[in-house]
Write a protein that binds this ligand. Structure first.
Ligand SMILES: NC(=O)c1ccc[n+]([C@@H]2O[C@H](COP(=O)([O-])OP(=O)(O)OC[C@H]3O[C@@H](n4cnc5c(N)ncnc54)[C@H](OP(=O)(O)O)[C@@H]3O)[C@@H](O)[C@H]2O)c1
Length: 239
């Protein structure tokens, strides 16, 4: 049975990933800061939860008491605001959770990970192209892809792979924040704002978290051993 760790596993994409791996028979641990969310996500499945803030080195190190076979750095987020409206505090907070959090998680994982191990980062389409509304988030996610490509080269001969999944807008609380923001800003109803958010995807829809989970399952499989250092766009053709 593989040991799988999912950061930010209490909600949204991380929760869907945790459920998919647990349903496939893996031993899953989820982390995040809110214990109520972690408890709820683990209910009814053999999922262990442990609170940890991915921006805090000792808390991340403490997660790795034993080796994991699959580690998914999913914790992330960020607020919107063009570059002139971005404070240093907001910039640092966004880089901290998305980029430093992924670095701390993968570094701790690699200390004990054996051959066949899998590192997967949940980046974003904002990792592959600029976005004027979320410069800090886009910079942080571009950084995640740079980190993934660098680690991939470092571990290539060890049988470990390191990849990123780059979803477009996905139907979670994070997308809901963007929808609520548009409703306020343009005095729209929810359906109109959702259509506007989905219009960035050529398929005119939000991605379902289960689609990201299925891709993570594939990247973690033996059949995906040759896929290393890849940033896989899941965006209906947006990029
Ligand atoms: N939804 C989208 O449209 C979309 C698109 C592309 C990429 N993504 C990426 O997908 C990932 C998951 O996002 P989501 O859409 O599922 O949104 P979400 O439901 O808000 O999930 C974010 C998760 O990250 C955790 N988290 C945030 N800060 C943390 C910290 N400092 N330490 C530990 N955990 C932390 C949160 O848990 P706590 O608050 O309890 O800590 C939460 O479970 C993120 O990296 C996001 O950037 C999302």
């Amino acid at each position: 049975m593989r040991r799988v760790l999912v950061t930010g596993g209490g909600t949204g994409i991380g929760r869907a990933i945790a459920h998919a791996f647990a349903d496939a028979g893996d031993a899953v641990t989820i982390t995040g800061r809110r214990s109520d969310m972690l408890e709820d996500a683990s209910a009814g499945r053999s999922i262990i939860w442990q609170t940890a803030d991915v921006t805090k080195e000792p808390e991340v190190e403490a997660l790795f008491d034993a080796p994991y076979d699959v580690v998914i750095a999913n914790a992330g987020g960020g607020s919107s605001g063009k570059v002139l409206k971005t404070s240093l505090a907001s910039w640092e907070k966004t880089l901290s959770v998305n980029l430093t959090g992924t670095f701390l998680t993968f570094r701790a994982a690699l200390n004990t990970m054996g051959a066949g191990g899998r590192l997967i980062a949940i980046a974003s389409t904002a990792a592959l192209k600029g976005n004027a509304s979320v410069p800090a988030y886009s910079a942080a996610k571009h950084g995640v892809v740079g980190l993934v490509r660098s680690i991939a080269l470092d571990v290539a001969k060890s049988g470990i792979t390191c990849n990123a999944i780059c979803p477009g807008f996905t139907d979670t609380a994070l997308a809901d924040e963007a929808i609520s923001g548009l409703m306020k800003r343009f005095d729209m109803n929810r359906a109109e704002a959702t259509t506007m958010v989905a219009s960035g995807n050529p398929q005119a829809r939000l991605i379902d978290p289960s689609e990201v989970a299925a891709t993570a399952l594939f990247l973690a499989s033996k059949q995906a051993a040759a896929i290393n250092g890849h940033a896989l766009s899941m965006s209906g053709g947006e990029i």
